[in-house]
Design a protein around this ligand. Structure first.
Ligand code: HEC
Length: 194
């Protein structure tokens, strides 16, 4: 009986130690980090796009955490400087991601600022990158015989739009692209921010 209670106490101590080292201390360290200078809060359109990013599972294939040169050649890949805690000050929850089936997207807004490219790429990635394994998102678009006033028509590379029809971006597609364009952490960070 005595050794059982010792085991139990030992297990509790270990659990408490692990929880404080892995949860409590990191939380206290980064809970109140200020945004890096040059960061703007997301607009409501960008926030709705962020919801699309989450619900369409983009983060299962894309990270948002360029790493330091000592860890990975991310800067050479054109993904930007290593991110710091303040770069995520407006992200709740952050979308760091764990998989890199596709490129890191924390600076995609700076790397690819074209709305038309993003819309077309979401409609059909293979129209832009032959052999791409990224899924297409056709339900974010409407195929119409003719564009109506106010429609955002996607100008796809030759031969990718259904014959005689136009591809129109839904508000969801436009919001998602606004969010992608807001992903830009290329500003330099001051030493005390890193
Ligand atoms: C199954 C994995 C997968 C999923 C899910 C996925 N992607 Fe991708 N993505 C890729 C791959 C692979 C590439 C590189 C080839 C290409 O550009 O199509 C890529 C490329 C991209 C690029 C261009 C990056 C660059 O540096 O040129 C953007 C932007 C992008 N994806 C956005 C998204 C968004 C937004 C979603 C969710 C709606 C998404 N992806 C979902 C795999 C994925």
């Amino acid at each position: 009986m005595k050794s059982e209670s010792r085991l139990l106490i030992g297990a509790m101590v270990m659990l408490g130690f692990a929880a404080s080292a892995l949860v409590v201390i990191p939380y206290v360290q980064v809970a109140n980090v200020a945004p890096t200078s040059g960061m703007k809060p997301y607009t409501s359109t960008e926030l709705r796009g962020r919801e699309q990013y989450i619900s369409n599972g983009c983060l299962y294939c894309h990270s948002q955490q360029p790493r330091a040169a000592s860890l990975a050649p991310d800067a050479k890949r054109g993904w930007g400087r290593a991110s710091v805690a303040g770069d995520y000050a407006f992200d709740t929850p952050h979308l760091l991601g764990t998989m890199r089936t596709g490129p890191d997207l924390l600076n995609i807004g700076a790397r690819q600022p074209s709305v038309q490219w993003h819309l077309g790429h979401l409609y059909q990635p293979r129209a832009y990158v032959p052999g791409s394994i990224m899924p297409s998102y056709p339900y974010l678009f409407v195929i119409k015989a003719q564009a109506e006033p106010g429609d955002v028509v996607v100008h796809l590379p030759e031969g990718n739009a259904p014959a005689g029809k136009v591809v129109v971006a839904t508000p969801e597609a436009q919001e998602l692209v606004s969010y992608l364009l807001s992903l830009d952490r290329t500003h330099t960070v001051r030493e005390q921010e890193s």
